[in-house]
Design a protein around this ligand. Structure first.
Ligand code: ADP
Ligand code: MG
Length: 386
């Protein structure tokens, strides 16, 4: 067991890393963050911020010499970095698990090979594979295999010609072409798994996206009990097959009443932010516990919760972020009962950038959702098209 005052290493300095640092600090650990951005949200509150690239081996040697364990908040950390660090100290999740989740081709292949439910797709690495994609796949979404996030690196395409055009727009990079599904809703499961294989699952949530970016998370999801049970089961199977240790997020599509895995995140997940305010143990504390070999905490929710993301366009009067820059009036949110505001201290807001979120908790799911949507409108989030 890694115990305080040990130093933990975090690869990545975003908001997920920032919440990990907070959780680790509360538990008595110190944290070093590696992130090339000198103003990263996690780096700002870390005990030490190594401002260096993820493949800077001098910085990795410093981490290895000082930290008792290393984890990540960022799926695009090179697998070679995790493998290198694992020679010296415990690294969770493993390079092999991260490698599956950071490449859509590896991810889809993993799902297919393990008989896990997923939507129809084709791997496209060459023009010919785009042209030969079956007509039944269209309308479809073309997604770059690596480095896409928040709907970036994706194009909706109606037919093979449009797919070919988008494939060229993405520079001919390897992609997956997915059938566009008619979604009933989207769910996610966040879970933690320890080295002994124990799994603790948070209640599945419903996620509402806008322009390909998570907008609202409703916890717990108000869908049929059988779907909830199936989502937990599939997420647990994924964690087991990956030999996963740490906090894992699994995104699902619900389509025609059936469940399909969309993608996995080898880290805490945006749809698990509410666990800070609504659960006995947060997804970030679970990440600390799994990394350090402590028994996993109780994931039970003590309240219903609704989380709303605050994106960079809120700092502007128009949704295109082309008007005057000004701080939103946070007093409006603080006036909403049972609302907790979390801001990530990012230095500059731009459209689509995740700047913060708020969570409303309550006893009653419907009233909690109404209060959160009230706060969302009051702070100025509009539903018009960008
Ligand atoms: P990201 O890495 O940006 O989260 P996703 O693959 O999860 O990428 O896509 C973002 C969102 O776009 C999804 O949550 C969903 O709302 C929508 N989307 C993506 N793929 C599909 C699909 N095949 N059918 C329907 N909607 C999709
Ligand atoms: Mg996603």
């Amino acid at each position: 067991m890694i115990l305080p005052p040990a130093i933990l290493g975090m690869l990545g300095g975003g908001q997920l890393g920032r919440f990990f640092v907070s959780a680790a600090h509360e538990m008595g650990y110190r944290v070093w963050v590696l992130d090339p951005d000198s103003h990263s949200p996690a780096g700002l509150i870390a005990d030490r911020h190594l401002v260096a690239a993820y493949d800077d081996y001098a910085a990795l040697d410093e981490l290895a010499a000082t930290c008792a364990g290393v984890t990540t908040e960022f799926e695009n950390v090179p697998a070679a970095t995790l493998d290198y660090l694992a020679k010296f100290l415990s690294v969770h999740p493993s390079a092999s698990a991260v490698a599956v989740c950071q490449n859509r081709i590896a991810e889809k292949t993993f799902l297919a090979d393990n008989g896990l439910p997923h939507g129809p797709f084709a791997v496209v690495r060459h023009e010919a594979e785009v042209r030969n994609a079956g007509a039944g796949l269209f309308p479809a979404v073309l997604k770059v295999a690596r480095f896409g996030y928040d709907g970036k690196g994706q194009a909706r395409v109606a037919n093979p010609d449009e797919a070919l055009h988008a494939f060229h727009q993405f520079g001919g990079e390897a992609c997956v072409l997915e059938k566009m599904l008619d979604l009933d809703c989207e769910l996610s499961v966040v879970l933690a798994r320890d080295e002994a294989g124990n799994v603790r699952c948070f209640d599945p949530c419903e996620n509402r996206h806008r322009h390909g970016i998570l907008d609202v998370t409703i916890a717990p999801a108000g869908v049929a009990a059988a779907l909830i049970a199936r989502a937990r089961e599939v997420a647990g199977q994924i964690a087991g097959k990956l030999g996963y240790v740490g906090t894992l997020g699994v995104e699902f599509f619900v389509c025609g009443g059936a469940l399909y895995v969309n993608e996995m995140a080898p880290r805490p997940h945006n749809s698990g932010h509410h666990t800070i305010d609504a659960c006995v143990t947060s997804q970030y504390e679970q990440q600390v516990r799994a990394l350090c070999g402590l028994p996993l905490g109780e994931p039970r929710a003590h309240s219903a919760a609704v989380m709303v993301n605050l994106l960079g366009e809120l700092w502007y009067d128009d949704a295109h972020a082309s008007s005057t820059y000004r701080e939103p009036d946070w007093s409006v949110l603080h006036a909403v009962p049972n609302l907790r505001l979390h801001l990530y201290a990012k230095h500059h807001a731009r459209a689509g950038r995740k700047m913060g979120h708020f969570t409303v908790i309550g006893d009653d799911a419907e009233k909690t959702l109404a209060a959160a949507l009230h706060g969302r409108a009051a702070i100025g989030i509009r539903d018009d098209e960008r």
